[in-house]
Design a protein around this ligand. Structure first.
Ligand SMILES: [Zn+2]
Length: 321
């Protein structure tokens, strides 16, 4: 699970009794904001969490200095302390456990005290663009109704609004009262990649938590140079491609560097293609990108495990891109 910092911040708020009622999880699409929201809700509702203290642990230790007690005990053994290394058998289950029924139902979005709102965006249900884009006032009424009911388990009632930038204006207005006067243990999480689209009155009633892409890959200067040389070759005439393959230095590990650079380049294009990452218009279809990526993987395998010729491998690849 990524986004550790954000989750630690929120769970510590909860543990100190300071968790807010409404949060705006802001950050680009596809980086796990919704998964993080569910993780927080699991934390609030997990029933599997327990600190099991197996006998033989003295009560003083049980009140807890964490794992250090056992280590100190061991070193003190020789100075007459009765504690031995084997005494401390405390087992801490991680919270959330992700195994208890509550954690599992939250993951599946079937937990009675959780409501997940999605815009109507599955392709089968799109009747027109409006359907795809909007979360409408009826869905906000559904939220208000859900929050007005008492909690099923006596804990938090949580709402996740996925793609909150798709709330239409009327729906956002309908939300304002709920955000102004939150009741009891209520948690509303807006998942949003474009918070600037939301009404300022909505945003100002939420605490914004910013999420960042989990892996920001920094190419080495050697890899950048390889890509600079390759970019003009892609999509050019076959003669230019063969010329590149002929002149390219494929000694040692160089062919693997080229494959690695291209694999990363095409994976990024694929992420852009499926809308996970932002990017410019690109000439490759998703099918084509998948084909290229699997070809790169195949060539990499062949070069690693057989006597395949690096020059031939590069030529085969260049003909595809
Ligand atoms: Zn659990």
């Amino acid at each position: 699970m990524g986004h550790k910092k954000q989750l630690e911040f929120l769970t510590s708020k909860f543990e100190h009794g300071n968790l807010g009622h409404a949060y705006l999880f802001s950050g680009q699409e596809g980086i796990g904001k919704k998964a993080a929201a569910k993780e927080l809700i699991k934390f609030l509702n997990c029933s599997g969490f327990s600190a099991v203290v197996i006998p033989a642990l003295r009560p003083a230790e049980a009140s807890g200095e964490g794992g250090k007690a056992g280590i100190q005990g061991e070193s003190e053994k020789h100075s007459g302390s009765p504690v031995t290394a084997g005494d401390d058998k405390r087992v801490m289950t991680e919270k959330p456990c992700r195994k208890c029924i509550n954690c599992q139902l939250i993951e599946k979005e079937q937990f009675p005290d959780l409501l997940v709102i999605n815009s109507i965006n599955s392709e089968s249900s799109i009747k027109n663009e409006k359907d795809m884009m909007e979360i409408d006032v009826a869905q906000v009424r559904q939220i208000n109704n859900f929050l007005s009911l008492t909690s099923y388990y006596g804990g938090y009632k949580a709402v996740i609004i996925n793609n909150a930038e798709r709330l239409n204006t009327e729906a956002q207005h309908c939300f304002l009262k709920t955000l102004e006067e939150p009741k009891g243990k209520t948690l509303i999480i807006f998942i949003c990649s474009k918070p600037e689209i939301l009404l300022p009155t909505v945003v100002s009633r939420c605490q914004t938590i910013t999420f960042f892409p989990l892996e920001v890959y920094a190419a080495t200067s050697e890899e950048q140079q390889v890509l600079r040389e390759l970019l003009p070759v892609m999509g050019s005439e076959l003669a230019a491609k063969f010329n590149y393959a002929k002149k390219a230095n494929l000694e040692g590990n160089n062919i693997n560097v080229i494959l690695k650079v291209l694999q990363r380049y095409f994976r990024n294009l694929m992420l852009e293609n499926i809308g996970v990452a932002e990017g410019k218009h690109q000439p490759y279809s998703l099918e084509k990108l998948k084909k290229i990526i699997s070809l790169i993987e195949k060539l990499h395998r062949q070069l690693s495990f057989t006597n395949a010729s690096p020059k031939l491998a590069l030529e085969i690849l260049l003909m595809e891109i």
